[in-house]
Design a protein around this ligand. Sequence first.
Ligand code: ATP
Ligand code: MG
Length: 803
Amino acid sequence: MDDATMTSPESEFISILGATGSPETPPRVSSSSLPGVLPILGLSDIVIFPGMVAPLLVETTQSTKLIDDVVSGDRLLAVILQRNPEAENPLPHEMYEVGCAARVLKMLKFPDNTVRVLVEGLWRVRVKEYPSSDPYLCGKVELLQDHMEESVELTAMMRNAQTQFQEIIKLSPALSEQVKIAALNTESPGHFADLIAVNLNLDLAERQNLLETVSVKERLTRLLPMLNREHEVLTLSSKIQTEVATSISKTQRDFFLREQMRAIQRELGESDPNANEVRALREKIEQAKLPPDVRHVATQELDRLQQMPPGAAEYGVTRHYLDWILALPWTTETEDKLDLVEAERILNEQHFGLTKVKDRLLEFLAVIKRRKQIKGPILCLVGPPGVGKTSLGRSIADALGRKFARIALGGMRDEAEIRGHRRTYVGALPGRIIQTLRRVESRNPVILLDELDKVGSDFRGDPASALLEVLDPAQNNTFTDHYLDLPFDLSRVLFITTANWLDPIHPALRDRLEVIDLPSYTESEKLQIARRYLVPRQLEEHGLSRQEVKIPDPTLRSLIHSYTREAGVRQLEREIAALTRKATRRIVGNGHVSKPLVVKPESLRDYLGAARFFNETAERIREYGIATGLGWTPVGGEILFIEATRMPGKGGLLMTGSLGDVMKESAQTALSYLRSQAKSLNLDLSDYGNFDIHIHVPAGATPKDGPSAGVTVVAALASLLSRRRVRSDVAMTGEISLRGRVMRVGGIKEKVLAASRFGIKTVLLPEHNSVDWTEVPEEVRKKLKVHFLRHISELFPLALEPK
Ligand SMILES: Nc1ncnc2c1ncn2[C@@H]1O[C@H](COP(=O)(O)OP(=O)(O)OP(=O)(O)O)[C@@H](O)[C@H]1O
Ligand SMILES: [Mg+2]
């Protein structure tokens, strides 16, 4: 089979030519000397064009004979592409018709019986018929002349092709200098087109097609888009090349520089920074007071670190982990101050009142002093907002002389916030407990877990279950954070928790808590707290002295009354802050003032605007069918109004205001009781089937539930049906039975405190709650009149105004 390689003399051939030492320029032949019949050599993978010089490998005996004969004769033959590249001795129909008449420039025989020839394409020819095929194919050939009509268009095309081709030569490493020179020196458009066809990256079919095209213009027209495409491909690939090359060289450069730096440091007798870092860490690990198993893990990690190249991502992760291990207070702790007298002094100094709470805390401290360890229930301070739960936590730490830290649990939903993320996560960190310990640098701080009732849970896991482990004295000595993956002993930490109410707390967690209730403050307690703590603190924060601004008691009282309505003192503190802020401005604005600025109750309006609260009940109760009840919420006691009205209908009962089932049933019960007792109660129900009753409890959007509104509903309905108004200074609470008995309810203390906040004068409570009344601060009891109800019938003379 014939084989051939590319056009420009292959290196092997150049050397062969060189070896023969002959810059043999074969004599020029003219087309007129072309014989009519030529031996035909079939080519399997190359198309030879006029003007092209190509080496061919000849393998078959038939072809070898052909070459022998050609070389011994006029050296002319026709080289034609085979339609079937596989055929060893192709038949006439397996050949294309158009090929190239060529001349053998050189022939070399090799010991393996193969022959290499160097041929030069001369002219396009078409084979018209094959007169003989033995010993090889011979064909009658017809010369094909180039068709060319000179035109501006042709010149333009030629120029265009030339520029494009020059560009391609510049970009393509495969094209040699010789091609460039040839391109510059070819003037005939036909030859130029052939030169391009030979040197462009085209497939055989395309090449054969170009060979068959005798019109020069058409040849160029076909070649131009190919040139264009080739140019684009080359530009793009050279761009990619440069980019790859620069990025590789940057990393290589860094690498070499780093290696050089190390080598220089070694030469100078300095050790490299990585080794320095590892050595420093090793020293630290040795000096740190680590428990044996922690030391073991740390050393192991350090050994791993030593093996890593400092640039590796893993290096940073391990380094970070070691930092954490070294920074944690594994064994460091502060010494407890266990002087109970001193502790009591500190608690009193920082908080007013709260006698019971402080007593309980001191008992707790006494136990710690005795047992020298904390193994007992976890304290949980429960109460409405702003009564000092969070700030008491801090005082306990002060009283014990321990470090203090607060962890806000409100809105925490992810278990990982407590327990951390595994080290395999990108940017992993330990959980809040371990972070806090690192911050306080002591393993026995007081940690306040604030707002335990506001822990959430979702698909990321339940923080409450992690808290269970943290708070359980039986297992928290081996608390394992996901990040550290080492047990840390939390048993020396004093955990204190706070909550507004206990209901939302996970039952298992609630079980471990020892609840200390912090009640709402009475007005005089608020006054004391304001006078002794809040005002001095705000003055100090605003850079004022006690001599400069004076806020007398009546002003504070008015502030509590008309500008706040809350269980705790947070709003009060804010109002005092606003007041001092304004006072500061006045003082600074006036320049030097000799007299102290006294804020009088009358001038509060100037400082804070109009009063925000007034006696609402008198305002609300102007008609029949409205009664004031007392309710309990997590933010303290509340008063609520129950409204009843009637309208034409069929004796139905409608209830609105986001009421729960229990509350609705209790309203049904109240109505049933009234209907059954209509006569004795002197109610006019003769037209009961002709009207509907509607009960509404504002605020309509706040959900309400519980049976304790029963008495209030009765009062509202009785008022509606008897057309007697409910007294506006009376508030009530209590559950009722179908027979009209008044039954015990909860939250009396908070409810009564709320009643006094809202300016109520008389409260009506179930008789069974009389014990709870004694729990109410004396100051409030003195201010309020109370009636205990055993039966609902006792309600009417007390609650309804006479007709
Ligand atoms: N008995 C008190 N004596 C002195 N200051 C008090 C007292 N009670 C509360 N305070 C002050 O009132 C402010 C509010 O208290 P704190 O933030 O502790 O409330 P809290 O009970 O934690 O409320 P929440 O439930 O909203 O978190 C604090 O500045 C606190 O010092
Ligand atoms: Mg708080």
